[in-house]
Design a protein around this ligand. Structure first.
Ligand SMILES: Cc1cc2nc3c(=O)[nH]c(=O)nc-3n(C[C@H](O)[C@H](O)[C@H](O)COP(=O)(O)OP(=O)(O)OC[C@H]3O[C@@H](n4cnc5c(N)ncnc54)[C@H](O)[C@@H]3O)c2cc1C
Length: 452
């Protein structure tokens, strides 16, 4: 009899676990209450990047003037909304098709545990009880809403209500300057909004390399974004079309809209965790071990619910590792997921991407490292494209030459970081990058130069 797997949540964590387990021969049922593809497709990665792409094209038009091309950009918000929706629909249909082609049974409903080996699905047509050898919980997370703000869905928004927008806000106040906050700042300023960004510390992206954050701050300032550094929002109120954000240092912003980007909380309520013996940590995330197994021996957790790195790519990788583990494949091929080697990107302009060891962390721990940095201003392709902002930084072990990490700020950083990510994951040395024959002219040449 095949292994019976029930998965709750159809985002990247859940749907990847489903596809891989079904490919490996499991009998898989996936319960999703909203859309297959999850928050990643509906609210997070896809709509934000689709809107950022439109803003990027507007910036290209401005840059094109230096190349002798004069064209005016006019933003049609309805066309933008339609495009975002059609990308979402297309991706959702592809994931659904993939799951169905692998024989995964899809249930549209809400799932909950009823003990370690039993799951209940509540659907429009009633209640279904499902027996399972293994369960994967992949219910994701949602934006955190503080008690000092009431979301009205019109002018006081979380990232979920902010797009696709009915109109481009005249003046948007973004609260929170982590990855989501800076992406929203970039997105709406590129689309024509005046933006004020409330930054609780002295640097945007407080968890990132100071040099990287400085490039972005300069870019924001050049575009007229107002940075309120060292300010914490303490209340958000609305009077008609004006939203007021009051900060704890006495400053206040009057804007047409406000978006809160101050983190997320796990979707763990009503999941029956306690009955099934699944423990959560102090912040409410499900505790998992290195195989993503929870404290209940046959229940796994993937994605944002597991409180590891809140990235779609990580959720999907966890889903794959879980499927391999429960199907016994790890005995032959399993390599534990090393979150410290996950690459991530921030889709601002310029783009920012990094992977592995950060310079500041190496210094803090006293570890000896070699840091090499090359600006894109010396790269032929960057000059040809009219965008030579940013740099490549590679961190390696001075004794062995093994690549430990790196950051890239600049055009296509999210793509280029893959080279360093492959080196970091596989223990490659700087010489392996230097000795690779790369295309000329290409942005990747700066990677070889930085590795040299
Ligand atoms: C604005 C924004 C932009 C982002 N951009 C990126 C990006 O560019 N790249 C990146 O890697 N990450 C990005 N992320 C993070 C990424 O979206 C998440 O890390 C990812 O969605 C997590 O995947 P998941 O499978 O854990 O959950 P989700 O994608 O949240 O999916 C969980 C699913 O579970 C369903 N569900 C919940 N409870 C139940 C239940 N009881 N029964 C049935 N179904 C249930 C939900 O309906 C949902 O569909 C972004 C996040 C935000 C907020």
């Amino acid at each position: 009899m095949p292994v019976r797997l029930v998965i709750i949540g159809g985002g990247p964590g859940g749907n990847t676990a489903a596809t891989v387990a079904a490919t490996l021969g499991a009998d898989v049922t996936l319960i999703e209450r909203d859309i297959i593809g999850g928050a990643a497709h509906l609210w997070d990665c896809i709509p934000s990047k689709a809107m950022i792409a439109t803003g990027g094209e507007l910036s290209e038009l401005t840059r094109a003037r230096a190349m002798g091309l004069f064209a005016e950009g006019h933003l049609d918000v309805d066309a933008l909304r339609e495009r975002v929706a059609s990308i979402e629909d297309h991706l959702q249909a592809s994931v659904r098709q993939l799951l169905e082609s692998q024989g995964v049974r899809l249930i549209h409903g809400t799932g909950r545990l009823q003990g370690p080996r039993e799951v209940v699905a509540e659907t429009e047509s009633g209640r279904e009880q499902l027996d399972a050898d293994f369960v994967v919980l992949a219910t994701g997370s949602r934006p955190r809403i503080p008690d000092w703000a009431v979301i009205d869905g019109e002018r006081i928004l979380t990232t979920r209500e902010a797009y696709p927008p009915q109109e481009i806000p005249e003046h948007l106040c973004v609260i929170g300057s982590g990855v989501t906050g800076v992406e929203f700042t970039h997105m709406f300023s590129a689309l024509g909004s005046q933006v004020s960004l409330v930054v609780s510390r002295q640097q945007v992206l407080p968890m990132k390399d100071a040099e990287v954050a400085a490039v972005l701050e300069d870019e924001f300032l050049q575009r007229g974004v107002k940075l309120l550094k060292g300010a914490r929002a303490k209340s958000v109120t609305r009077e008609g079309a004006v939203v007021t954000v009051d900060c704890d240092d006495g400053r206040c912003v009057k804007a047409s809209h406000v978006v809160l980007a101050i983190g997320s909380i796990p979707n763990r309520e009503h999941l029956g965790l306690e009955e099934a013996g699944v423990e959560v940590d102090e912040a409410g995330y499900v505790r998992v071990n290195h195989n993503c197994l929870t404290t209940a021996g046959n229940i796994y957790a993937a994605g944002d619910l597991s409180g590891k790195l809140p990235l779609s790519s990580v959720a999907a990788m966890q889903g794959r590792k879980i499927a391999e583990h429960l199907m016994g494949l790890h005995v032959r091929t399993h390599r534990h997921l090393d979150y410290e080697k996950a690459s991530s990107a921030i889709f601002t302009e310029p783009e920012i991407a990094d992977v592995g060891l950060a310079e500041a962390d190496a210094f803090a721990s006293g570890r000896k490292i070699r840091v090499t940095k090359v600006p894109f201003s010396a790269n032929a392709k960057a000059l040809i494209k009219g965008d030579a902002r940013g740099f490549v930084k590679i961190i390696s072990d001075p004794a062995t030459g093994v690549v430990l990490g790196g950051s890239i700020v600049g055009r296509n950083a999210a793509e280029l970081i893959s080279v360093i990510a492959i080196a970091v994951t596989n223990g490659l040395k700087v010489v392996d990058i230097v000795d690779s024959l790369l295309v000329h002219p290409s942005l990747a040449e700066s990677l070889a130069e930085a590795a040299w």
